[in-house]
Design a protein around this ligand. Sequence first.
Ligand code: SAM
Length: 312
Amino acid sequence: MGCADGGTSIDLWRAVLKRLRSRCPSRPIELIYTDLPRNDFSQLFRTIHGQAGIHSYLEGIDNVFVLASANSFHRQIVPSSTLHLGFSSTASHYISAVPTQVSGHVHMVGAKGKERDAFKAQGARDWERMLLARASELRPGGRLCLFNFGIDEEGRYLGCTGGVSMFDAFRDLWSGLADARVITNEERAGAVFPQHYRTVAEFTAPFRNTASPVYAAGLRLEHVETRVVRCPYAVAFAAHGDAAKFAQGYIPTLRSWSEPVFAAALSSARTLAQRLAILDEFYGRYESLVAGSPEGHGMDYVHVYLVIRKAE
Ligand SMILES: C[S@@+](CC[C@H](N)C(=O)[O-])C[C@H]1O[C@@H](n2cnc3c(N)ncnc32)[C@H](O)[C@@H]1O
C-alpha cells in the first residue's frame, strides 16, 4: 500500500508505478491520496481517469487501485502496519492550531521572542504526532519520503531567498489596507498563516534523540538535504521581461493558497460581496506592486527533503 498527497506531478507517479510494477509484476498496488475534506479531489481523479484532454498516468499499468482519504495527516490515516511507502510534498508546515497572533506580521517567519517560541513548540508537537502516526502505519522496512517546506542553513524559506520577501509583502499590503481604513485593526491582527517552517535541526531532532517516542517507535532518518527550486514565474520573467505578464501569472498562484488566511481574518459582519471586494483590492495591490517593480519578486521553494525508514 502506498499513501501520497495530491497535486504531485503525474509523470513522477507514472514513473514510480512503472518501476514498482516491474519489480512486482502480479501484486496489486493500492494508492491512497490524502488531503483535507475541503480539497477538490475531483481534480485528482481527472488525472487518474484521463478526462478533459489529460492523459491518465495509470494507462497501461494494471492492477492499481486508487482511493482517497479526507483525513488530516496529523492523525493516523491507514491501518497499522499496512503502509509500504508514504510520500508527501510541501504540506507538513500546516500546523494543527495557530498558537498565537504574530505582532506586526502575518506569518511565523516574522515572529520574535515568545511568539516565535510558541510556533516552534507547536511545530515540534505536530511533527512528533505526525511521525508517530506514520510510524504506526508503516510496515517494518517501509519508508517515508517527505519534501517539506522549511528554513535552510542560510535562513532561506518560501519566497525569501534574497530578493523581496513574499511574506513581508503580504504583511505590508495587508497593513496598508488597515492604514487606509479598508479593514479594521482587529482584521489586520487576525491574519496569521497556520504554518510553521521548521529548520533542519527541528526536523531531525526526534531522530537524533534516541530517547524520543519517534525513535522508540522505530523511525530512523536515512537522508536529509535542503534544496531551492526557483519560482517558474520569476524564471520566465527573466526570459520575457514583461512585468505585467509576470504579475498577472504570479499573483493568482499566491492567491490560490493564501486567500483563506486573509478571508478568515475579515469580520463576519461584512457581507460576502464586501469581503470579496477587499480581497480583490488586496491582491490587486500586490499585482500592481509586482508589475511596477518586478525585480526580486518570486516564490522560490525552499525544501527540506527527508527519507525515513521504519526499522525491521
Ligand atoms: C502547498 S499544497 C501542496 C500540494 C501537493 N502536495 C504539491 O506538492 O503540489 C499543501 C496541501 O496540504 C494540504 N493540507 C494542509 N493541511 C493538511 C492536513 N492537516 N492534512 C492533510 N492535508 C493537509 C492542503 O489542503 C494542500 O492541498
